[in-house]
Write a new protein. Structure first.
Ligand code: HEC
Length: 187
């Protein structure tokens, strides 16, 4: 057995297996970083500062100008919305209910007014403002900065927007096609 150790001189313990990152690194953080890096590198060819600006938006919901960003600063695809659906069911649904009408436990048991996502005020909020509310709380609602990582907060917002869009689409008597021209009823 001893002799075998000597015939494998090229295997250094410091080299990670199969090019994988070192053990102990947090998988969640890595996924977030990877997504941001891929995204930032695709954009950075056009604007070298773009990655930095997106960092601020990603973690605070605010752009370099201090204003809430209008739209989610990561690519929104089906996987993100599905992830958001799962996280929403855990973190938001107990109070805001499955449809986002605010008829959850606080309302049912304590008659506590819980915001509906379908009211015009919230339909008009920039995505970054909803991110800020989830991060820091609002009024009686607690903040979720620690239990929900930023990437998942954005995923939840993508799902909330999907709930709103579907409600609007059915209210307009249309199919669930993207509502790009009128994000809220203009009656
Ligand atoms: C423990 C119950 C509870 C949970 C869980 C909860 N909320 Fe709320 N939320 C509330 C209540 C109550 C209000 C109304 C706050 C007020 O006006 O005092 C509210 C208000 C809001 C508002 C509107 C704030 C405003 O500016 O009027 C948004 C947006 C919101 N919640 C999003 C979310 C999202 C997204 C989640 C999941 C990450 C979530 N909430 C989880 C109870 C909750």
């Amino acid at each position: 057995m001893r002799a075998r150790l000597h015939v494998e001189p090229s295997s250094h313990p410091s080299q990670s297996q199969h090019g994988r990152p070192a053990e102990g690194a947090r998988p969640d953080g890595q996924r977030v970083l990877l997504r941001r890096l891929v995204h930032a590198s695709a954009r950075s060819r056009h604007d070298p500062d773009r990655g930095l600006k997106e960092d601020a938006a990603f973690f605070t919901g605010k752009g370099a100008d201090g204003q809430f960003v209008a739209t989610i600063p990561v690519p929104v695809d089906e996987a993100l919305v599905e992830r958001g659906h799962q996280r929403y069911a855990i973190y938001c649904q107990p109070c805001h209910d499955a449809r986002g009408d605010g008829k959850g436990i606080l309302f049912q048991r304590g008659n506590v007014p819980t915001a509906s996502f379908h009211q015009e005020k919230i339909l008009k909020y920039p995505d970054g403002q909803i991110f800020d509310i989830v991060t820091n709380g609002a009024g009686l609602m607690p903040g979720y900065r620690w239990p929900i990582p930023p990437a998942d907060r954005w995923a939840i917002i993508a799902y909330v927007r999907e709930l709103e869009r579907k409600r609007l689409a059915s209210a307009c008597g249309r199919s669930a096609a993207p509502v790009s021209e009128a994000p809220w009823p203009v009656a």
